[in-house]
Design a protein around this ligand. Structure first.
Ligand code: ZN
Length: 846
């Protein structure tokens, strides 16, 4: 069935306390629950969620229930009102579950002999009968019995002995934040003293053998705690903070109270095994999960429609943290590139939905770029509208007013309205309407006054044919013809469908820099010239818009080349200046030098109303790299040498930026000039950034046979590195034969397809191999659909998530459209298809 936002009703009982006892066994774990319950409405039935549970017994105040007292279905245990006391009572249940057979990785499951849990969003109902909804918050006491050295749960540790341990969580929480871990684990430990003097024990728990790859994650926890105190005034609130790394995990990580559980790829790092981007990602996700302690845990969501209340805000917080810790301008560029690549793409297709959706069949399908990344952009717009002090005041009010509550987007907006005095009712549309607004701008210069004439329009999205105008903050600056800034950044507030803004007293027509820092998640459309783009790339004082100008120039160049044109001189000259601009930051230059990906070019061609030709796009990109090499080969060779990083590897932003620029140069040099540099780098690398970076380029150049074998021999026992081996080949192998290459990899004994990281490496990599995946004969689509059908009964959540590879079908020509739709229809018709993948295929087919 479908769940609707408009059907929300509060739970008719109060849960005053929960005591859980786990007797762990792989095939028959017993879970005893003792729940203190108080009625809030007379005559209500007590509905407890429960799935895949074997009910052993149930009793109220010590008296066993008889089958006449309740109704048991595959999804719930409902106790009839007549069987319930009209005063507070205790419900005791015992159930049996089988963690070993749980391949869906939701609820209590096993990974390499370790017990672990994933309860968000609705996994707790696979552990015991309980009101599994985020607005039911309670204190949990947990006792774990099991013959394993380390037994962990939420909160502070209590009594313990051989084979058992107790945990007490003093903070009321919804069931989705419950966690349990048991296994043979080793800790890397530290200590953090909070601003008010609480000593917190920090532990990163991993399997034996992985201990030497935890140091960076531990440091990231300490930096996150310090930052949240300094910037948001938020302190940690328990005596321990535990993080556990798990090899089999559907998502990135999970913010369970006091016991964060992580995909091991987001914890484990050493110079030899992790790249610069892995390090950056690890730091960001550690921060993200830690920041949830306040934005998500202390203040949680009333229902799952409000998911972006915690996720959008927490992504915004982790992005701000990384921007502060590293190079802020480059972080913003990376975030916007990711937003466009994933969220704009989602908004432009059949899966478009508002950041706060109003219906779903399977909530796990809504952990999307729209909820997370667009949710973060909306918080950023609010901050821009009320200013930094106004933002801090609003957040202070949010924490003061709502601590301990389960809240809505309305509560969140009200806090900004009350603290700033502004009316944000129109702004709220960002949360309730789907789609990326198109913002067209024209300009006029008349008698010393410069006009910007804006027009906004949001295309229809599924279920939302009409769109009302949004409240859009547009940050604008003006440059003089000589490149000097003549008007610093000013935020224009657009609220109408059409709106003009005047800038008076100008002696000459200025050059505008519009949507600085990407002040709103819109598609800006403006007639410009390559010369003006090159001018802004050289002179804009807003670093984001400098990059943006270069990006637009690159995109336009590639679109023209995919249509048969030659590389234009404006782009090549602009890149020449950038290559030689030793004064600019290396990470920034790297971001400017990297070409847009093929999917981005395809999206741009579709936006202009044509059907993209994946093979022509691939050829255009190769052609532009070759043209860059012809024009600037010598300078690139010199840049490659100049950016060598002396001394041992460290993951800090400084050296990482130099490596990024070095690899951007190498990516151009390796195409036509030969593969010698990349081979030498691969041979001599003392860190994974260089090793895999060189290997990637050799794969693209079709010269990787021996390096691939060497890499495999070296890393065959290190799972996370072998994931890179699969990913590199499927994403970067020559597209003409990619389907065959990937099929061979799928048959490799090392392809452990039930491990989500391994599955995502091979199949996600293939979907990113744009021209290979979209091969005209449909072989790529068929191969991909076969694997989704195979994975679905084992792990529906990951199968459903990966089906988004097909969300762009409407962009392509009729032949490809028909082939993709046929595969989607074949998946949809599979007997026993999961609710997860069933909902996705139905939405994808429209
Ligand atoms: Zn999150």
């Amino acid at each position: 069935g479908t769940t609707y936002l408009s059907d929300y009703k509060p739970f008719p009982f109060e849960i005053r306390g929960v005591a859980l006892t786990f007797a762990l066994a792989p095939r028959a774990t017993r879970v005893r629950a003792r729940i203190e319950i108080a009625p809030r409405e007379a005559g209500a039935a007590l509905r407890l969620d429960g799935e895949e549970l074997k009910l052993i017994s149930a009793a109220i105040d010590g008296t066993p229930l008889t089958p006449a007292d309740y109704r048991l279905t595959p999804t719930d245990l409902t106790i009839h009102p007549a069987a319930l006391p009209e005063r507070p009572f205790t419900l005791e249940t015992e159930v049996e579950i089988a963690p070993e057979g749980n391949t869906a990785l939701e609820g209590l499951y096993m990974s390499n002999g370790m017990y672990c849990t994933q309860c968000e969003a609705e996994g707790f109902r696979k552990i015991t009968y309980y009101p599994d909804r985020p607005d039911v918050m309670a204190r949990f006491d947990v006792r774990i019995e099991g013959d394993l050295p380390v037994l962990l749960s939420n909160g502070n540790p209590g009594a313990a002995g051989p084979g058992w341990a107790e945990w007490h969580d003093p903070w009321p929480k919804p069931a989705y934040l419950f966690a349990l871990v048991a296994g043979d684990l080793r800790a890397t430990s530290g200590r953090f003293t909070t601003a008010s003097g609480r000593a917190v024990d920090l532990n990163i728990w991993v399997r034996p053998g992985d201990e030497d790859r935890c140091g960076f994650a531990l440091g990231a926890v300490e930096r996150s705690m310090a930052w949240d105190e300094r910037v948001y005034g938020r302190e940690y609130d328990l005596d321990v903070f535990n993080i556990v790394a798990v090899d089999d995990f559907n998502m990135g990580a999970m913010e369970n109270k006091g016991l964060n559980i992580f995909n091991s790829k987001l914890v484990l790092a050493s110079p030899a095994t992790a790249t610069d981007s892995d390090y950056e990602r690890i730091e960001a996700v550690i921060a993200h999960e830690y920041f949830h302690n306040w934005t998500g845990n202390r203040i949680t969501c009333r229902d799952w429609f409000q998911l972006c209340l915690k996720e959008g805000l927490t992504v915004f917080r982790d992005q701000s943290f990384t921007a502060d810790e590293r190079l802020g301008a480059v972080k913003r560029i990376e975030d916007v590139a990711a937003l466009r690549g994933r969220q704009f793409r989602e908004d432009a297709g059949p899966l478009a939905h508002p950041p706060r959706p109003d219906q779903y069949r399977e909530i796990n399908n809504f952990y999307t770029a729209t909820v997370y990344e667009k949710g973060a952009e909306i918080v950023g717009m609010l901050k821009r509208l009320v200013g930094p002090e106004g933002y801090r005041a609003a957040l202070d009010l949010y924490f003061a007013r709502h601590d301990g509550q389960a809240c809505t987007i309305e509560d969140w907006i009200k806090v900004f309205e009350d603290s700033s005095g502004r009316d944000l009712s129109q702004f709220k549309r960002w949360y309730t309407e789907a789609g990326t607004p198109r913002l067209r701008v024209a300009e006029r210069f008349e008698n010393g006054t410069y006009w910007l004439d804006f027009e906004q329009e949001t295309p229809p999205t599924p279920g939302q044919p009409e769109k009302a105008p949004r409240h859009i903050p547009i940050a604008v600056g003006l440059l003089g013809q000589n490149g000097d800034e003549i008007m610093p950044t000013r935020v224009l507030e657009m609220t109408e469908r059409r709106q003009s803004f005047a800038f008076e007293g100008l002696g000459a027509r200025p050059v505008p820099s519009i949507l600085r820092d990407f002040s709103a998640p819109v598609g800006l459309e403006r007639a410009t010239s390559p010369a003006e783009q090159a001018f802004l790339l050289a002179h804009d004082t807003d670093p984001f818009n400098r990059w943006e100008a270069g990006r637009g120039l690159a995109r336009d160049t590639l679109v023209a080349m995919a249509g048969g044109a030659a590389a234009g001189a404006d782009y090549l000259d602009a890149m020449g200046r950038l290559i030689g601009d030793a004064g600019a930051d290396p990470a920034f230059r790297a971001a400017c030098l990297r070409l847009p990906g093929e999917d981005e070019i395809a999206a741009e061609i579709a936006r202009r109303g044509a059907a993209p030709d994946p093979q022509a796009i691939h050829a255009a990109r190769e052609g532009l790299l070759a043209a860059l090499l012809r024009a600037h080969g010598a300078a690139l060779g010199a840049l490659y040498e100049a950016m060598a990083v002396p001394g041992p590897y460290t993951p800090e932003a400084g050296p990482a930026g130099r490596r990024a620029l070095r690899h951007a140069a190498l990516a151009i040099l390796t195409r036509a000039e030969g593969t010698a540099r990349a081979e030498a780098l691969f041979q001599s690398a003392d860190n994974m950034t260089d090793e895999i970076g060189a290997l990637n380029l050799l794969i693209g150049a079709g010269a990787a046979q021996r390096p691939l074998a060497a890499f495999r021999a070296r890393w065959k026992d290190v799972r996370l590195v072998m994931d890179k081996w699969f990913l590199a080949q499927s994403a970067l192998c020559p597209p003409e034969t990619a389907a065959e290459t990937v099929a061979a990899l799928g048959a490799d004994p090392a392809f452990e397809w039930k491990n989500p990281n391994r599955f995502r490496a091979l199949l996600g990599g293939f979907a990113a191999n744009h021209a290979g995946f979209h091969r005209a004969d449909g072989a790529g689509y068929r191969f991909y659909a076969d694997w989704l059908i195979r994975l679905d009964p084992v792990n529906p959540q990951t199968a459903a998530r990966m089906s988004t590879a097909f969300e762009t079908w409407a962009r392509y020509d009729a032949g490809r459209q028909a082939k993709i739709r046929a595969e989607l229809a074949r998946i949809a018709a599979t007997p026993g298809l999961s609710r997860d993948l069933g909902e996705m295929t139905a939405r994808l087919l429209g």
